[in-house]
Design a binder for this molecule. Sequence first.
Ligand SMILES: O=C(O)CCC(=O)C(=O)O
Length: 285
Amino acid sequence: MTKLTDQQRTQWAIDGYLHLKGVLSPGEVALFSEEIDRIRQVPGWEPSPDGPLGHYAWLDHAADLDPEAFMDRRDLLPYHQAFIDLMDRPNVFDLIKDIMGPYLLLSMTQAIVRASTEKFKGYTHTDGGEALRRIRVTETSRPLAMKALYLLTDTPEPDSGNFTIFPGSHMRPFPEKADPPLGPKTPGAVQLMGSAGDCILFPHSLWHGPGPNLSGHGRKTLLYNYCQLFVRSYDFETVPTVLDRCTPRQRRLVGDLGHDFRPGSYFYAPQDQIEVVENPSARTP
Ligand SMILES: O=C(O)CCC(=O)C(=O)O
């Protein structure tokens, strides 16, 4: 099993992110990119036109069917086996497991396309909403929640929809109420240059967000979130409907504990948790 190198462990603790190069093959990048174009046309969870901030609604298709336009789709697992298998792809999941420990769940999946436009200036936030933003664990603690962001588009220069971070901001108070708000152009923000197939790991408490995209084409990403077992998933209210397409490890990651829910579930892990999570077993036919 691959583990973080000493250098990666230090960078994770100090800067609050890891940039893994070329973890997806060009073929996988093409497949996911085509899938995003396809699922834009079909029903799914899309930003709610009239719901509360950050909530999604089940809509017939994305608001704009142009593949280069903005899109934000949640709960990707049902759309293709590749979305299921990405949740525990060994070359990334081994590192996530090393960071989070074995008592973890997949909490969210998302595909975002950032259109090329002068209008969108980017923004900066933490994940996990109002509560988690004020919880900063120590350098040696496991995170409560973290994210794997897969780039499906090259972002070789600034302002191409780059993932933008404030390094180290997971460890210190952040002027979240500043006026004007801090954003991708504020001194201290770093626009990461990357290539399609790269993956960036970071905890939810790191201040981050998309930068502007003036590249002339849409920028696609996939986002896979993980949380400690007791935190619970926030993409599904109950265990999702893809269980018959999952390996035992994937079933556990989406919240199937092997028995019906009862008080105590997700509080203490099932007795075979470590064995199941350490084992990338085959799918039963
Ligand atoms: O790059 C994006 O479009 C959004 C990434 C982001 O802000 C996030 O993962 O929370």
